[in-house]
Design a protein around this ligand. Structure first.
Ligand code: ADP
Ligand code: MG
Length: 180
């Protein structure tokens, strides 16, 4: 499919992640590529590992506060411990009205100066920016084989992560460094 003329073509990278620890590591690596104003959208079913990835991202950025599933809040701001952007972690699951509602949240932070990570944001927050990093996490539908229980557990921890950079911001970013 041809990309729209106003946007640079998407850059896509696929990574196989074998454990929660590896997912955290991916988040820490991704943090090195992020700049203030970046929007990262995380897509994947419940338990896919969106929050686990965000936790690694928060570690990589060096922000304050534990990154957890924001069950009772829609968005949580993690200020930087040193230099660098705040992390704004959004769970858009209950964000019915989309972006307007998010602006109404009155977060005490400048979004252009923050890194914004949104779980469940599809169809809701795209208008925040034409430049988006879209991260899709799939549980591989691996069949439980006749192996030992431990082996089945290991299969359970495999995730396919597809990272797509949309817009000019990501056209020249070194996404390949994430897979190394
Ligand atoms: P989500 O935010 O997508 O609902 P969480 O990150 O909160 O998911 O939870 C993911 C759960 O799956 C955690 O309990 C984590 O330990 C487990 N898990 C198993 N394998 C992986 C993996 N490869 N990556 C991330 N999480 C994994
Ligand atoms: Mg989550």
């Amino acid at each position: 499919m041809e990309a729209p003329h106003h946007q640079a073509p998407a850059v896509t990278l696929k990574i196989t992640v074998n454990s929660p620890e590896h997912m955290g590591e991916l988040g820490r690596r991704l943090a090195k590529l992020l700049r203030p104003g970046d929007l990262v959208m995380l897509t994947g079913e419940l338990g896919a590992g969106k929050t686990t990835l965000t936790r690694g991202l928060g570690e990589g950025l060096g922000v304050r506060g534990a990154v957890t599933s924001p069950t009772f809040v829609i968005a949580r701001v993690h200020p930087p411990l040193g230099e660098g952007p705040s992390l704004v972690h959004v769970d858009a699951y209950r964000l019915g009205g989309g972006l307007d509602e998010m602006e109404d949240l009155d977060l005490d932070v400048s979004l252009p100066e923050s890194v914004i990570v949104v779980e469940w944001g599809d169809g809701k927050v795209e208008e925040l920016s034409d430049d988006r990093l879209r991260v899709v996490i799939d549980r591989t539908v691996g069949e439980a084989t006749d192996g030992a229980a431990g082996a089945v557990d290991a299969v359970d921890e495999v995730r396919e992560v597809t990272i797509t950079g949309l817009g000019a911001r990501w056209a020249e970013a070194d996404l390949a460094s994430l897979g190394a």
